[in-house]
Design a protein around this ligand. Structure first.
Ligand code: GLC
Ligand code: CA
Length: 550
């Protein structure tokens, strides 16, 4: 196990997480598909970027009909990505650089090709083997349950001719839901956790955790029985590998995500799904209100727990946890092209969402790195990669990482037509225009800026651990808040407007202190009794340390 996870039980609060897919990062053996050997080769890049925790998307044996979220074996590596030994070498090299590694635990469902399902459909009714999954004679049971993949699925039930019954699935019909009322299922999941923990991983992202248990007459989401399972998985993790973490994917309203922390006995971290779309709304509306509003509606969490913040990830920018009106606004503002939409969301990367506006990309990352929680950066967004909305499902945001300007983006020795996915080929976002090599040489690139911000953020634990208070500002286009932890106080001010703005901020509580701008270490005028006056350029933002002795 890493020194990281043993040295400080709350290490994840100071982490900067980087999310990537092994297949998309770097092709080490030259077959056109990214692999563990390639990822290992690129660890130096990640170390220099400053991230200290990797979250790997599913890399297990799978028919890959949902990019690996359809698991056929929990305890192996998909042959395209290498061997278990390659994984071990990778893990060792990551740990040597003090980079923690989180892997996926897809608890809710398996592939229909998983031996458990193949066995279940043939096993006698009522047997423990059959009961690994959720069966019914009608497709009317649990009728109050919403459909998640609205573009592909019409029902959460699919008829299985072999079993002679319907099976339950919250996602694709090839992903039958496991039955968590069967204690043997929970044991198997605990065994899978144990397998990866023994190899030394630092924790798991718990995929689709709200849907574990079903009950008639409910929405089949966030049920007390589901929380009981999560508590059991947590207890098992703590027994097996104290210091390792669970990160919950619960795409729910804040009051429904909160219970996934339990009393500090469920997940250590949970993604803050509600704040994400509101950050984009605030930017488009040029108003701080959506962010302040959702943060005020976010309940307090136990001291050992932490939000995970993100701007983009491997899925669509989900609009499930916003009102109808907000959804319409977001679609109008960010996805006028109907092809950019999938399910209840927008399948675009960060840079194209903001029309490649560098100031906006920086502002959004500035918020990501300064709001309370642990930031998660999606691979490629650190260089402003683009997407391809013509690709099926969410594949357009999962294209090869762009390392150099050559035709295969420096991702592989294979020509572009032989890669697992064609690289983005577009005059603005293609590899010739956007790549790591060029941005390393260009001192004013986004990549250098990201490195700098990550370094700064890691120097101040207050970002990961501090409280937040929003400050009254005369101008609604300005977001101002202070973060406090132990002796440190940091003031963050952001201009959500594209034009220059004045801000008079009520800093009376900090009279006598001097704001020191953190990037240049420049002292600003001391805070007095009057509202503090600042001018910010379009999309500008400042981080100040409030110091007694500048
Ligand atoms: C999660 C994953 C998504 C996947 C789904 C079903 O939401 O993020 O990519 O398709 O679970 O496994
Ligand atoms: Ca390969």
């Amino acid at each position: 196990m890493t020194t990281r996870t043993t040295a400080d039980p709350c290490w994840y609060k100071d982490a900067v997480i980087y999310e990537t897919h092994v297949k998309a990062f770097f092709d080490g053996n030259g077959d056109g598909i990214g692999d563990f050997a390639g990822l290992t080769e690129k660890l130096d890049y990640l170390e220099t970027l400053g991230v200290n925790c990797l979250w790997l998307l599913p890399f297990f044996p799978s028919p890959l009909r949902d990019d690996g979220y359809d698991i056929a074996d929990y305890c192996g590596v998909h042959p395209s990505y290498g061997t278990l030994h390659d994984f071990q070498l990778f893990l060792e090299e990551a740990h040597r650089r003090d980079i923690a590694v989180l892997v996926e635990l897809v608890v809710n469902h398996t592939s229909d090709q998983h031996p458990w399902f193949q066995r279940a459909r043939r096993a006698p009714r009522g047997s423990p083997e059959r009961d690994f999954y959720v069966w019914s004679d009608t497709d009317q049971k649990y009728a109050g349950t919403r459909i998640i993949f609205t573009d592909t699925e019409r029902s959460n039930w699919t008829w299985d001719p072999v079993a002679g019954a319907f099976y339950w699935h919250r996602f694709f019909s090839h992903q039958p839901d496991l039955n968590f009322d069967n204690p043997r299922v929970v044991e198997e999941i605990e065994a899978a956790m144990g397998f990866w923990l023994d190899l030394g991983v630092d924790g798991f992202r718990l995929d689709a955790i709200p849907y574990l248990v079903e009950r008639d007459g409910t929405s089949c989401e966030n049920l007390p029985e589901t929380h009981a399972v999560v508590r059991r998985l947590r207890a098992s993790l703590d027994r097996h590998a104290p210091g390792c973490v669970l990160l919950a994917e619960a795409n729910q309203w804040p009051e429904d995500v909160r219970p996934y922390f339990g009393e500090g006995d469920e997940c250590h971290m949970a993604f803050h799904f509600p704040v994400m779309p509101r950050i984009f709304m605030a930017l488009r509306m040029e108003s701080a209100e959506p962010i302040i509003d959702i943060m005020k509606r976010t309940p307090a969490i136990p001291p050992s727990c932490q939000w995970a913040l993100f701007l983009r990830n491997h899925d669509e920018l989900t609009l499930e946890m916003v009102s109808e009106e907000e959804r319409a606004y977001m679609n109008l503002a960010y996805a006028r092209d109907p092809q950019a939409r999938v399910n209840v969301g927008i399948r675009r990367r960060l840079a194209p969402l903001v029309e490649n506006g560098l100031r906006r990309i920086e502002l959004l990352n500035g918020l990501l790195f300064s709001l309370p929680g642990t930031p998660v950066v999606y691979y490629g967004d650190e260089i402003g990669m683009g997407d391809d909305v013509r690709r099926s499902d969410r594949d357009g945001v999962r294209t090869p990482m762009q390392w150099t300007g050559d035709a295969s983006a420096g991702f592989s020795r294979q020509p572009p037509e032989n890669l697992y996915s064609p690289p983005v080929s577009d005059p603005v976002y293609g590899a010739a225009a956007v790549n790591v090599e060029a941005q390393l040489r260009d001192r004013s690139s986004l990549l250098h800026w990201m490195r700098n911000m990550i370094r700064l953020r890691k120097q101040f634990r207050v970002f990961g651990r501090g409280s937040i208070e929003f400050l009254p500002v005369t101008n609604a286009k300005i977001l101002a808040f202070v973060r406090r932890w132990e002796g440190d106080t940091i003031l963050c001010v952001a201009n959500l407007s594209r034009h220059a703005q004045p801000a008079a901020i009520d800093l009376a509580a900090f009279a006598g202190l001097t704001p020191v701008e953190m990037l240049g270490y420049t002292p600003f005028p001391a805070i007095g009794g009057l509202p503090y006056m600042l001018a910010l350029g379009g999309y500008g933002f400042y981080w100040f340390e409030l110091r007694r002795d500048p």
